[in-house]
Design a protein around this ligand. Sequence first.
Ligand SMILES: C[S@@+](CC[C@H](N)C(=O)[O-])C[C@H]1O[C@@H](n2cnc3c(N)ncnc32)[C@H](O)[C@@H]1O
Ligand SMILES: CC(C)=CCC/C(C)=C/COP(=O)(O)OP(=O)(O)O
Ligand SMILES: [Mg+2]
Length: 300
Amino acid sequence: MAAASASSSASEGASPSAPARIPAPATPYQEDIARYWNNEARPVNLRLGDVDGLYHHHYGIGAVDHDALGDPGDGEYEARLIAELHRLESAQAEFLLDHLGPIGPGDTLVDAGCGRGGSMVMAHQRFGCRVEGVTLSAAQAEFANRRARELRIDDHVRSRVCNMLDTPFEKGSVAASWNNESSMYVDLHDLFAEHSRFLRVGGRYVTITGCWNPRYGQPSKWVSQINAHFECNIHSRREYLRAMADNRLVPQTVIDLTPETLPYWELRATSSLVTGIEEAFIESYRDGSFQYVLIAADRV
Ligand SMILES: C[S@@+](CC[C@H](N)C(=O)[O-])C[C@H]1O[C@@H](n2cnc3c(N)ncnc32)[C@H](O)[C@@H]1O
Ligand SMILES: CC(C)=CCC/C(C)=C/COP(=O)(O)OP(=O)(O)O
Ligand SMILES: [Mg+2]
């Protein structure tokens, strides 16, 4: 099928004997972002991933299970806290997958900005389909492909170094695609034009993202702090909806997940794995300047 030919044409250099050909970053900014993720090894991500082998670079949603956490005084508490943060991050990915619509084993999905590939593995395990991931980071792509080989799903799940604004996927070949906390690194018009190109008509696009709230006025100091911390450029909620509308993506569902993500942050702020960005998320979610949202849109 079309998507399969897209993946085979883009897999030149992917044979075991030939090293993958890594495209040059399109801009100096993308070079910075590739370097950032190639060097990233925060315990808050690796230790959570070690819980069950699903490595995420996104945040969590849902209520904290205080019974599972138990007594902060005992020696196993930190391990249970890490498992609980990881459970909430996986719940976030499950929630995104819930919004992809009906997907069959013959379909192809695209994870735009796939990180270490945790969501790709979950998507394949749920739908049995092919999942193609793109990231700017060669280290992340190698990590995700190694996990897929270990799980013996590398015939269906593959990550590649590729700019999500310029992918090799054929026009109309993809059943559903998503950005999980990766759309703040790109121009939204360029991004949605590319999703719209490779999605089939009737296909589904989903994003979970942090966006600044136009009702607040302008990006708050906390939003600026998050941008500086991650070298990203958070967009407003209004920009998402406008750029989708301009690119044949019609929102079907918009969910404000801010109340759902705050417990994750409040719990994370008490852990030994804090990175220093917790206060900015908690304060901006509380003062209303920043929102955590899911948008699911139909490609029309
Ligand atoms: C915060 S991580 C999210 C990873 C993944 N979606 C997850 O949920 O675990 C952001 C990701 O976006 C990717 N990214 C940023 N700009 C990109 C671009 N122009 N093309 C492809 N990937 C990009 C980074 O390489 C990184 O993998
Ligand atoms: C919602 C927003 C604004 C997200 C920005 C993108 C981002 C860096 C997400 C989490 O990555 P991570 O899991 O590597 O971050 P951390 O190390 O903080 O867990
Ligand atoms: Mg993380």
